[in-house]
Ligand binder design. Structure first.
Ligand SMILES: Cc1cc2nc3c(=O)[nH]c(=O)nc-3n(C[C@H](O)[C@H](O)[C@H](O)COP(=O)(O)OP(=O)(O)OC[C@H]3O[C@@H](n4cnc5c(N)ncnc54)[C@H](O)[C@@H]3O)c2cc1C
Ligand code: SF4
Length: 458
């Protein structure tokens, strides 16, 4: 299967991936060994044979938190990492990017007793960082079974699925149009959460399990798909979502007007834009909040988010909105841009006030323009962070793979699509969630592939 492809291997990637970008201070600092020991000692090791601990239930990857934390309390970080990697092959990445407040730490019994929860995210990072730096063996592969799998996309879903399948004994090749693995983790998740590390080390763990990487190769047509799929016994579509949603305003072409993904990618690849003193961010989701906080870190003195509904409808995590406000971000509620104004470059964002009408298809109150309420906001930079569009053009060509609003329809338990040889996982199926939820879907898809092939394609 690999003979017809020309992508760069993981080793080649290491030589081309030089850019790292400005080093924003990390939002959450790593624990020292002494701090990790003390933090691990606070865990009550809840759960037992009849019920999992609440933190385990709350983890989409079902990591055995009390077991790995207990290993840390015994000063066994490599064993702790083995426990994490048994359930999550991107344990080091998730430790940095997971919204733990909503998952494991939010469920910790200490939190529910009004105390500080066990710092599960930081402890997981400590364990994984130690093990990835020593090169400890974290997972083993079953004997090779001669069956081949093609995985399209080396984001979290593709990486986790490829690793799980390699661990089950399959010959797995992952293809990605990018020269580095990681998908949005590498190119979009806020650099104050993750820059590049530990993706290369996690990719090495996968390579040791037997995963082959073909990077810098786009599978964007039926011919290209046929070339990689012809020898594969099953194909996993882990292509994520596409570029920013195509929402246009007059003045879009002015220098200083950005879409969110190129803006963040520029920062993460060492080409951080000069944002000037005043930045507007259009949108009310987590990406908009990230962009606003990045603009503050790039030196902007005035950062204003424009959101066309109210705080009650805002999709961003409330704790991150609060952190952004603490850092100096202002939010103009019930406000939407009308056009971008400037001569040689953006100078002003013209906005109009909104009011809420009847609920729309999403169930949220529909914003309606209030005539005669134009507001001019001076801006050197505006970033549109309105969401991503699905990869309909490519996916709609694949025979039997059904789409719903551009997302791949799958059996939620197996990840199987309408075409039995094709499975799918991650943002391309759920419309955009979190890394650890992509890992959960990837594990289900890997198991789905395995069971389907064991049954003999039935
Ligand atoms: C700005 C932003 C910030 C985020 N912050 C967080 C966060 O802090 N924490 C968190 O948990 N989640 C966060 N997320 C969400 C998280 O990044 C995604 O849920 C996750 O990356 C989805 O993984 P995926 O593998 O499905 O897709 P992706 O990460 O998008 O990976 C898909 C991969 O497929 C490749 N690909 C696509 N089409 C092709 C093709 N035709 N040929 C070859 N390769 C192809 C792409 O290059 C890409 O590498 C954030 C998302 C965004 C946009
Ligand atoms: S809920 Fe908290 S205290 Fe209980 S096992 Fe999980 S991390 Fe430890």
């Amino acid at each position: 299967m690999r003979s017809g492809t020309t992508g760069a291997t993981l080793e080649a990637m290491a030589t081309v991936a030089e850019h790292s970008g400005p080093v924003f201070d990390e939002l959450t600092s790593p624990l020292t060994p002494a701090e990790a020991f003390v933090a691990a000692d606070r865990c009550l090791e809840c759960g037992g044979p009849y019920a999992a601990a609440p933190c385990v239930d709350a983890c989409p990857a079902a990591v055995d938190v009390p077991a790995f934390v207990a290993a840390l309390a015994r000063d066994e970080p490599e064993n702790a990492a083995r426990i994490v990697f048994a359930d999550n092959l991107l344990g080091g990445t998730c430790a940095r990017v997971c919204p733990v407040e909503l998952f494991c730490e939010g469920a910790c019994v200490l939190q529910h007793e009004g105390r500080k929860p066990v710092e599960i995210g930081r402890l997981q990072r400590f364990a994984c960082d130690v093990a990835l730096s020593t090169g400890a063996s974290l997972r083993r592969s079953a004997p090779y079974n001669w069956l081949r799998i093609a995985v399209i996309g080396a984001g979290p879903a593709g990486l986790a699925c490829a690793g799980e399948l390699a661990a089950l004994g399959y010959d797995v090749t992952v293809y990605d149009e990018r020269i580095e693995p990681g998908g949005l983790v590498r190119y979009a998740i806020a650099p104050y959460r993750i820059q590049r590390e530990p993706l290369p080390a996690e990719a090495r763990v996968l390579a040791e399990l037997g995963v082959h990487f073909e990077l810098g190769i786009e599978i964007d047509s039926l011919e290209a798909l046929a070339a990689v799929a012809e020898d594969a016994d099953a194909v996993v579509l882990a292509v994520g979502l596409g570029p920013d949603a195509d929402v246009r305003y007059p003045g879009d072409d002015l220098p200083g007007v950005w879409e969110s993904l190129p803006f963040i990618e520029a920062i993460k690849t060492g080409e951080a834009p000069e944002v000037g003193d005043s930045v507007c961010v259009v949108g009310g989701g987590n990406t908009a909040v990230d962009v606003a906080r990045e603009a503050i870190r790039l030196g902007a003195g005035h950062v204003t988010m424009l959101y066309r509904r109210t705080a009650a409808e805002m999709p961003a995590y409330p704790h991150e909105v609060a952190e952004a406000i603490d850092e100096g971000v202002q939010i103009e509620w019930l406000t939407a841009p009308v056009r971008f104004i400037g001569d040689a470059r953006l100078q002003t964002v013209e906005c109009r006030r909104m009011r809420l009408g009847e609920p729309d298809a999403s169930g949220r109150a529909r914003p309606e323009e209030v005539p005669g309420t134009e507001v001019l906001i001076p801006a050197d930079t505006v970033v549109k962070a309105i969401g991503q569009s699905p990869r309909v053009a490519f996916l709609s060509q694949i025979d039997g793979v059904d789409l719903d609003h551009g997302l791949i329809k799958v059996d939620p338990l197996t990840g199987q699509t309408g075409n039995p040889r094709y499975f799918a996982a991650g943002d391309a199926t759920n419309g955009g969630a979190t890394v650890v939820e992509a890992v959960r879907a990837a594990k289900r898809a890997a198991q789905g592939v395995h069971e389907w092939l064991e049954r003999g394609w039935a």
